[in-house]
Design a protein around this ligand. Sequence first.
Ligand SMILES: [Zn+2]
Length: 462
Amino acid sequence: MNTFNHLIKQINFRIIVVLIVTILVTACNNKLKNKVEQEHPNITQLKKNSAEFTPEIIKMNANVYVAVGYDGSNAAMLIGKDGVIIIDALRALGAAEKVASEFKKISNKPVKALIYTHGHLDHTGGTSAFVGTEKNVKIIAREGFKKELQEHSPVQNILEKRNGRQFGRNLPKEDIINRGVAAGSTSKDRVNKGYIKPNTFFKDSLFVNIAGVSLEIYKANGETNDALFVWCPKEKVLFSGDNYYKAFPNLYAIRGSKYRDVKSWGEVIKKMSTFPVEYLVPGHTRPISGRALVNNNLKNYSAAILSVYNQTIDCMNKGYSLQQTVDNVKLSKELASQSNLQEFYGSVQWGVRSIYLHYVGWFDGNPTNLYPLSSKEEADNMIELAGGEKKIFKNILKAEKEGNYQFGLQLTDYLLNVNYKKDEVSKMKIKLLRKLASQQINAPARNYYLSYAYELEENIKQ
Ligand SMILES: [Zn+2]
């Protein structure tokens, strides 16, 4: 009997131990799962920003309407006495037709003029939808309109590829959050099929009265050298084009862009802030109402751009190298915390690099960089120093585990440069790129990381 009781007790004890272990393991697993699945706060913020592109026709006042989210950019309508003026024409004719029909419901007065704030395709592709059968419509742009665009570049092929990565054009839906200042995907319905060439040009400024509305149009070098902004004193509305939107400005585009005149950009925004603007209509993201708010936004935007510019120039004059300059230039805490200066689209670092190279070209003054080792030589030496390829590979795994993704990524390049276990190393590179993407607030950077990761994956399969 005693033996039997003892046996029962033993079994019970075992069951209890198994239960406790199971509970502990499940709890641990759940904790681990939660840890893995927890979204980085940058991603949460980037997702929230998508509200800026929800399709809507926004009424600013009785005579000013803005179409947001119908395509990648905004189009606006200004209603005058005997006609309307359209500012920017979207990218796809299909999207422009939808907006034009919404605008017609609000006012069926004839279109008297259409103003291009700059030559980028996303603002000029749907014009014919707005112009319709109207005759003598003024199509207004700056002299030199579209002259410096990428379609005229001798390196068009690679620019095209980089453009696709920046905007995540080939990414699966589940990977796309947005494009920083536009939704994750935009209309493909007859892209650029509605473009009409401008017929009215100006050099520095143009003061006109169209449909009974006085407009002041000013040149505004910034994102492009053909940019302008429109001020309408009667309605107190300012159309900024792409020199202003709700994100840190894209002082340099990673798809590959010519120098954007950063100093002028900052000054142009400063000039905008001198007008008594009640309504600010940007080229992307939702418009803003209220004089104090608009003024505050324009002022901090201009301050941020000029601060990045001035700090970069200071560092350069001190003889800092490119990387030292990048390491040193920062926005003040106050500017960095502003909601309209988050790096959803542009990046402070990229702006600094762009300014630096604009003024001195590729050589940063450090003689080490006059004749650097080739990528292969550098890799060979670093691998030897580190104690061999295996050790570097181990360190890549370690870096990934410890969250040092950028360091890990840089290490993968050493091994790829000497063709060491190409597929295995590429797989680690893919993993690290995805980890970086999962923490990135900047949509172009995130899209680029993910697009590149898919391309590497394709290479491995082949
Ligand atoms: Zn744009």
